[in-house]
Design a protein around this ligand. Sequence first.
Ligand code: FES
Length: 853
Amino acid sequence: MFTFKVNGKECQSSRDGRLIDYLRDELRLTAVKEGCSEGTCGTCTVIVDGKKGKACILKLSKLEGKSITTVEGIPEEEMKVYVHCFAEAGAVQCGFCIPGMIISAKVLLDANLYPTREEVKKAIHGNICRCTGYQKIEDAILMAAEYFREKRMIPEGPKHLGLTQRFQRVDVEEKVRGTGEFVDDIILPDMAYAKALRSPYPRARIHRIDITRALAHEDCVAVYTAKDVPNNICGHIVQDWDVLIPEGGITRYIGDAIALAVVNHKENLEEVLSLIQVDAEELPPVTNPIDALKEDAPKVHEGGNLLTKKVCKRGDAEGAIASSKYVVTRHYSVPFTDHAFMEPECAIAFPEGEDGVHLYTAGQSVYDEQHEISSILQLPAEKVVVESKLVGGGFGGKEDMSVQHHAALAAWLSKRPVKVKFSRKESLLVHVKRHAMEMDFTTACDENGYLTGMKAVLYSDTGAYASLGGPVLERACTHAAGPYNYQNVDIVGYGVYTNNIPAGAYRGFGVTQSCFATECNLNLLAEMAGITPWEIRYRNAIRPGQTLPNGQIATKDCALAQTLEAVKEVYDSHPYAGIASCMKNSGVGVGIPDIGRCRLTVENGKVHILTSAACMGQGVGTVTIHIVCEMTGLAPALLVHERPNTERTPDSGTSTASRQTLFTGEATRRASILLGEALEEKGSLQALEGTSYYGEYLGETDPMGSPKPNPVSHIAYGYATQVVILDEAGKVTEVVAAHDVGTVVNVQSCEGQVEGGVVMGLGYALTEDFPMAEGRPTLNYGKLGLFRASQTPPVQAILITSEEVLEEACGAKGVGEISSVPTAPACAHAYYRYDGIERTRLPLENTFYRKAK
Ligand code: FES
């Protein structure tokens, strides 16, 4: 028997085990989150006898007589301060890391109410946050210190809300206290647990799957194989991904699922899985896109290894380059990287109605999941209800099926609630990555540095399955010429299947990759033309009314030149300052139907905002509240933002392509206008009880290859320029990020998107990698190279709104992805100025952060 105290109460356990399981499963203290299970990420940080500990690696047998405190045990008066300060500072995005941060803050502030920022950084060194870039968390902790030492009162929130006014996010309190429901926080009665047996090899023929011994295990509920799946295929866009690899089939990557075991008690999952016997014959994999395109390469899919070819051609690039004064040609290589969202994938499904299934999920679109699961189970869509719980970060990595379809399948077949939860190791093995690319870029300009033409060839490694490999490559190509005023482009991209872990959507969506090449070439041309890198950008920067290289005419809101003006002084005043600019689309575009929808309903005296727009941390719920308040004059306290649910919220499309603020924002604006009119007519909200108001926005665009002289590829673009500054030791000391965001809605969230995106961009530039050896990952979570607070420089976000903004969504444009895009080329340029060495691979080598291989 082990005896200890938790939050002041005596506890006893007859069994040894991990502290985190005891706290979460026995005591239901769900503020303690499981992020990595290896003591690295800090989401499960608790206080043990006054010192910090990681509950995922602490054993109960080592805690005899000790006293443990979780967020639930922090006195209420203290918690009120943390909630207020984290909200006011804008320190909370997805929220998964936050309770762990609160524990680290408490340990620091219990000992020192006058901490410096450096001391705060040190205190949270063991807590990774993937969303915020740490700065606002540090601000919140410093603010809390001030509140505690000065015994300040917490002010009331605003009674009314203007569109651009500072406003605390609506979901902060539940995330700080840890009371908000992530899927893994839920335990349903009679719930079983399922886990997939994964492929032993990246490429192997599965001759036989014998589940007899596993079924004989006393805790085994069922073991399912491909034979049990009504339609054994899925895929976000291309249907090419087996739900379970069948006997006789060939695996395509190391994360392929072969069988799905369901047990009563989760601790028996591994044992039951070990009893499944798979007769597999290892086959040689192909793990390089260039090799995969060779005639004799093993075929990953029957149709061949070329997933897609994208061509963007306009003008006469060849001729323009041939007659240009200066020409630069370089080859660039960028690696796979992992999203490393803090919440590993988890889904729960349970039978509902006659033959139906209900899913609790944490993905990026409840309707995409409903569509895929109803196809797999061959059920009408209405028999599959998908309901989102809190999402602990996504960044594109939660658009595909990972756990959802397996949970739904197991619940539907077994007629029981089933939870499927990835360990961090499984998460890294299974979900899609950022595409690795090999890129040849030629860029030319005249004697004055005006761009004349460019050519590019891109090879994108999409791994074993298409996922979003087609659209990602398309965006890489359509943005490869940069946000500049010239017309001769010839860009060809190849998306290639290999036996690597699949690649898919990832913040920046291909533009992160091609922007690195575009911007590095631009600096070399500036040098040849004898002008500064700032000047070459300013001379060529696209301005309203000019034509982008893709043929689209830049709209009145385009403020790239202003972003350059905003950073000129800081760029000019540092010898080792690197610069890069970019643009990024808001909305899916290129002729694909793209619709935002919102319904406002008046229920019990409050207005409920119903949209299926997934919030992975970016704060779309708060954006819609701002818009409803602005359009109707209602106080924020009268509004309720609901989570996505296919039974209640209309389909607002996927949270992808930086589109929700614009598309769902505009739909919300349209619904709000109707509500505002009704309010004026009837005089009060009470008089509107039971009514509802619907808004829909279809962003019309032209398809790729449109014959129109100036096709509209996307409804809107954000523009940005970032400057990265190094010190004498080659360490990044500051990033200044000027972003054209249109109207700023929720300033804390908007800044937070920029700060977090920049830090993710710094990781991409300097430290992050996801190497694979013959299709197998070679790093664990702790070695991914994720930035920690103590490494992170200050990020100055400059939010720019042009004089004229778009009508849609009150002029707001997406900022979720673009913040990560120009950081890597800005870093490369800074190092070029520092030591004169050109770097054409990411992560950059031979820097303060990473030695040459
Ligand atoms: Fe820190 Fe999302 S808010 S990981």
